[in-house]
Design a protein around this ligand. Structure first.
Ligand SMILES: [Zn+2]
Length: 421
């Protein structure tokens, strides 16, 4: 890449629209190198943190206690899964910050890197320093361990959070939980509400949204692709009501309840002009194709949907939807980590297909700042390369490429989430 585009992209600050920076991990001062691997997408190469319908999970492997770092434990990532893109990305982030100019984690240097990780994480300023070094100005975090988290209060003044709605879409009974172990009734109790019937519950959902600004929460997040399929059908209120109060409603009652609640949230978000982030692709992969969510998007033309991850592996279908439905924006997050080469292909097409330049944003989707640092380095590299290729093939001029880079990295996010910067 010629240095002008590389330098321009490197000098542009990032507004990061999606992280999983959570207090349990980010504020922990006892962190070693092995934890960075376990609590990252590299960890997903060893254990998916969500069960498929045919599986059972007792606890989240990302939050399980880790022992001391050993070469044997690291080799499971670095050698057995060493070709995986998540592992490559984390190695980049870790060596950049702890590698003393080494570009690899090896049998010879791992102890020194582990010592640096443990030492730096003892310092309260470490996280902020790394984010600054990565050129990240603002972050929006999906703190799924606490959908009511005020991230500005808990993590720092450059944070906002989102309300993950999964628990509420599964809230037919006080003992019903989403795949993260969150209970709608427990969350509403924290806000002083104990809905006694279905109608009270619907009112409580409105009160939940009314309180978002006071918690610095700027969007809703629909991650139900990890709990069910994303075919959020036309609401069937009668069937949804039948689920209320039952410990184990029938599968069709459960689906109707969650369809109804998601539809209600999307309507309320449209009225309040709140964005709805929606996970598409992978997850429970039989049900996460983006076209399954088209009915929901169609029914709520006033609601701004931020569809995530390029719906990998169905990026082309998503781009078709984003051309047809003008209430769709794209969060490129994670797609570049899943496959950098597919990301470049898809970004080329997205630039050509999307109806205007406001539509794309970027996030890290990570837990530790080391992973975020690696991700943003990769994002700058890939976006810079694609834009440069567009200039080289005379698709557009250098000025056009720079304007689009600024929009993807920061300006679109500021406008979309109405952030004060
Ligand atoms: Zn995520």
């Amino acid at each position: 890449m010629p240095s002008s585009m590389r330098d321009f992209v490197a000098a542009t600050g990032i507004v990061d629209v999606h992280e999983h920076h959570i207090p349990e991990i980010l504020l922990n001062r006892e962190v070693n190198l092995l934890q960075l691997f376990q609590q990252s997408y590299a960890g997903w190469t060893q254990a998916r943190p969500y069960p498929l319908p045919s599986e059972k999970r007792d606890n989240d492997p990302m939050l399980a206690p880790t022992g001391p770092t050993t070469w044997e434990a690291l080799a499971a990532f670095l050698e057995n899964s060493g070709s995986n893109s998540f592992v490559r990305n984390l190695v980049t982030g870790v060596t950049e910050l702890h590698g003393n100019r080494d570009k690899a984690i090896t049998r010879e240097n791992w102890e020194a890197i582990d010592a640096s990780v443990r030492k730096q994480h003892q310092r309260a300023e470490w996280g902020r320093e790394v984010l600054q070094r990565a050129g990240i100005e603002r972050l929006i975090t999906d703190a799924y361990t606490d959908p009511l988290l005020d991230a500005r209060h808990a993590l720092g003044d450059n944070y906002n959070s989102v309300v993950r709605i999964n628990a509420f879409a599964c809230g037919w009974h006080p003992d019903s939980w989403d795949h993260n172990g969150n209970s709608a009734h427990a969350l509403l109790r924290r806000l002083g509400m104990e809905p006694a019937n279905f109608d009270d519950y619907l009112v409580a959902l409105e009160t939940l949204l009314d309180g978002m600004a006071s918690r610095h929460q700027v969007a809703l997040k629909n991650a139900l692709a990890y709990d069910r399929d994303v075919a959020f059908d036309e609401p069937d209120e009668k069937l949804a009501r039948q689920a209320w109060g039952k410990a184990t409603p029938s599968p069709s009652e459960q689906k109707a309840f969650s369809d109804f609640v998601v539809d209600r949230f999307c309507r309320l978000a449209g009225e309040r002009d709140l964005p709805v982030q929606t996970h598409l692709g992978t997850a429970i992969i039989r049900g996460s194709h983006p076209l399954k969510a088209a009915g929901l998007i169609d029914r709520h033309p006033r609601t701004r949907f931020l569809l995530m991850h390029l719906a990998y592996p169905w990026s082309r279908d998503l781009l078709g939807m984003a051309f047809v439905y003008r209430n769709i924006w794209l969060d490129l997050t994670w797609s570049l980590l899943l496959s950098p080469s597919h990301f470049k292909l898809a970004l080329h097409e997205a630039i050509e297909v999307l109806p205007d330049e406001s539509r794309m944003m970027i996030g890290g989707d990570n837990w530790h700042v080391e992973e975020t640092c690696g991700t943003m380095k990769l994002a700058r590299q890939l976006i810079g390369e694609v834009l440069e290729e567009k200039v080289t093939t005379s698709y557009f001029r250098n000025d056009d490429a720079e304007r689009l880079a600024r929009k993807i990295l920061r300006e679109n996010a500021i406008a979309f989430f109405k952030l004060q910067v």
